[in-house]
Design a protein around this ligand. Structure first.
Ligand code: NAG
Ligand code: NAG
Ligand code: NAG
Ligand code: NAG
Ligand code: NAG
Ligand code: NAG
Ligand code: NAG
Ligand code: NAG
Length: 579
């Protein structure tokens, strides 16, 4: 109940701060009057589409699934039809008149290739569409069309005549199954927007081709995602990446990474007219994103089927095994403090009773054991000599409806490889829809200690056998006498450089109390890094970890997990909310 009153107090405090800010702004506006003329104006055209549609009353929550799209509302009759419908965003294609012919002009017209003539110019199209309250998405088919179109947009916005968000789309990076460069020039497209009309949402896409699996299993690669990210990472605008829906699930690990790079990033899933997109593909994407992060520009009847199932709160989620815990558990305020941790101990009946009565992360110790005369990866339950095959235990977790994730503490390299092979098989059988963390204490650089797995071997095994996990490395106990120093933190960062997975560094509360500056640096290096602070032992030893726990808590509330025994957790919550 402590928790309710604390969040209540926080809300009250938040409202007061908000009111104070409002009053300040009003006072400033009254005293300062109108902004000076030379200051660049910003237009509503750059605003968030969901905020806009919600304000208009056409959607009731910020959920990309509620938004509807027209396709190719280009010539006058198509445009009129889309305007008359209840579609929320008009999507249209822009090119220059006569593109690629002797008669090419620089007049932007509304046409989809191969058509290069139209009864509708961009100017006419805009004059009609801006009167409606519908959102606008313009898809540029050539770089030649961009500059004259931005001039037209800027002129119209400057007269205060555009009152809806504008998205500008162009395919600027080479994507899956495409060999020759037919993309719109990226640096020119992005550069023109910055100089001529920056108040937009940018929709930069990959040129893609879908081929059936017997011809190609290619999907978006890490390099393709990196190339795109490097183009947009310094831009100030909102960015929505159009992703070919049929190829998105198979590259989810990379889109998961991309979405976490900025709160301004979203995906717009689109479907080629003959793409064999499945309901399960869409549910997987939905279950691994926030509602406001994904727009669904998908054909009927699939879209309606999907909506009906996706909005049902009682179905079992298809969670990505390498996904993060905030998305899986939805703790209050995204605060890792509210994720609970348990140790599997005693006997399997007892473990089942933990799984039945709670929800959280459960730790299993994994080692190779000779069971029924074959050597297998086994879960050893501490406090007894009970062993169970890892496969059985994973199935037990998977069969529970309440959300559980597993923290696998692995004893050596052979068990690591075997564990990863089992995970790979379970994943192939579509039985691994929960978070999986792989933990070992590793030896590397300034924390090289004999008897521990080499950090490089740890990472290579994961990347070679089954990479779709959260990587949870710790340091050997032998090097923690000085706490988390800059040196051991730097070397750990060096080891993890270039990983696209979620990484959660495993910290011991006692050592953290000795020195913690290195730990802060670890977390600050990347948005996909988190910290897990561990403390165990009997309740009377809680104070040994107190300093480390409180230090890290006072420094940051975001992306830190506390892997504590039940009693220590109660003591810690009490300390956090009374001090
Ligand atoms: C507009 O486009 C539609 C669909 O392509 C087509 O049927 C129609 O004839 C076009 N109208 C004009 C005036 O070009
Ligand atoms: C260019 O315009 C001329 C005159 O209007 C026309 O005769 C010719 O067919 C056009 N050429 C192309 C390639 O469209
Ligand atoms: C894009 O345009 C820039 C400058 O206009 C040029 O330097 C660059 O080579 C072009 N990129 C491609 C891929 O054609
Ligand atoms: C694509 O994957 C399927 C199923 O795993 C496999 O049967 C097929 O041979 C693969 N195709 C190619 C071109 O690699
Ligand atoms: C399992 O453990 C629980 C609690 O530790 C104990 O009460 C129970 O008797 C054990 N069951 C078996 C079958 O050993
Ligand atoms: C070993 O064999 C026994 C008897 O067949 C069986 O009950 C038990 O579940 C097996 N243990 C494992 C871990 O497979
Ligand atoms: C584990 O797998 C990795 C990667 O496939 C391999 O290089 C290594 O030799 C294996 N190690 C053991 C102990 O099986
Ligand atoms: C790291 O810290 C700096 C300063 O506190 C902050 O501006 C930056 O966004 C942080 N970076 C990450 C990845 O958290």
């Amino acid at each position: 109940m402590k928790r309710c009153s604390v969040s209540y107090l926080r809300n009250i405090a938040g409202v007061c701060v908000f009111l104070a800010i409002c009053v300040t702004i009003i006072v400033l506006c009254l005293t300062l009057g109108r902004p000076p003329k030379d200051q660049r104006r910003t237009f509503i055209t750059g605003e968030d589409m969901l905020d806009y549609l919600k304000l208009q009353g056409v959607i009731d929550s910020k959920d990309g699934l509620l938004v509807s799209w027209s396709h190719g509302a280009n010539n006058k009759s198509q445009m009129e039809e889309a305007l008359k419908s209840d579609i929320m965003v008009l999507e249209a294609d822009v090119n220059v008149e006569g593109y690629g012919t002797k008669n090419q002009t620089n007049i932007p017209i509304m046409a989809h290739p191969p058509a290069v003539y139209s009864d509708n110019t961009l100017q006419e199209w805009l004059d009609t569409v801006v009167v409606s309250s519908k959102g606008i998405k313009l898809d540029f088919k050539s770089i030649e069309a961009v500059s004259p179109s931005l001039n037209i947009l800027n002129a119209k916005a400057s007269k205060g005549q555009i009152r809806q968000p504008i998205w500008l789309n162009a395919d600027i990076v080479i994507g899956p199954n495409v060999n020759h460069n037919i993309a719109v020039n990226a640096s020119q497209f992005l550069g023109l927007i910055q100089t001529k009309f920056p108040d937009v949402t940018i929709s930069p896409g990959w040129v893609t081709l879908y081929l059936p699996p017997i011809l190609s299993n290619r999907t978006y690669s890490w390099e393709m995602i990196q190339e795109m990210y490097n183009l947009v990472k310094s831009l100030p605008q909102r960015v929505t990446f159009p992703a070919r829906a049929v190829l998105t699930r198979s590259a989810w690990q990379h889109f998961h990474w991309l979405l976490q790079q900025s709160e301004r990033y979203t995906l717009t899933l689109w479907q080629g007219s003959s793409d064999p997109l499945t309901l399960e593909d869409l549910l997987f994407i939905r279950d691994n994103s926030h509602p406001e992060q994904i727009y669904y520009d998908i054909y009927e009847p699939l879209l309606s089927d999907f909506k009906q199932i996706a909005l049902n709160p009682h179905r079992k989620r298809l969670f990505y095994s390498g996904g993060n815990l905030e998305l899986y558990f939805h703790p209050d305020d995204d605060d890792g403090l509210w994720v609970e941790w348990f140790d599997a101990e005693g006997n399997i009946t007892y473990v089942e009773s933990i799984l039945n009565g709670n929800s959280g992360m459960i730790t299993f110790q994994v080692e190779m054991r000779d069971i029924n005369s074959s050597v297998i990866a086994a879960v050893v339950l501490s406090g007894s000599d009970t062993v169970q095959s890892l496969e059985t235990v994973l199935k037990l977790v998977s069969d529970h409806f309440s959300p559980w994730g597993v923290f696998l503490r692995i004893s050596d390299h052979a068990s690591l490889n075997e564990t990863l092979r089992i995970l790979r098989d379970q994943s192939k059988q579509r039985a691994l829809y929960f978070p999986v963390w792989i933990n070992m204490d590793v030896s590397y650089g300034s924390f090289s200690v004999p008897g521990y797995i080499d950090g490089k071997d740890f990472i290579n095994s994961i990347n070679n056998i089954f990479p779709f996990v959260t990587i949870a490395p710790g340091w050997p106990a032998e090097v923690l006498g000085q706490g988390y120093t800059d040196q051991i933190a730097q070397d750990m960062l060096k080891l993890c450089k270039g990983l696209w997975q979620e990484v959660s560094f495993q910290l011991q509360a006692v050592a953290l109390g000795v020195a913690w500056d290195g730990a802060i640096k670890l977390k600050n290096t990347s948005s996909i890094y988190s910290l897990t602070v561990q403390h165990d032992g009997p309740p009377e030893k809680f104070m040994d970890g107190y300093k480390g726990l409180m230090t890290i808590r006072s420094h940051t509330e975001n992306k830190v997990y506390y892997k504590l025994t039940h009693d220590d957790r109660i003591s810690f919550l009490y300390s956090v909310y009374t001090s």
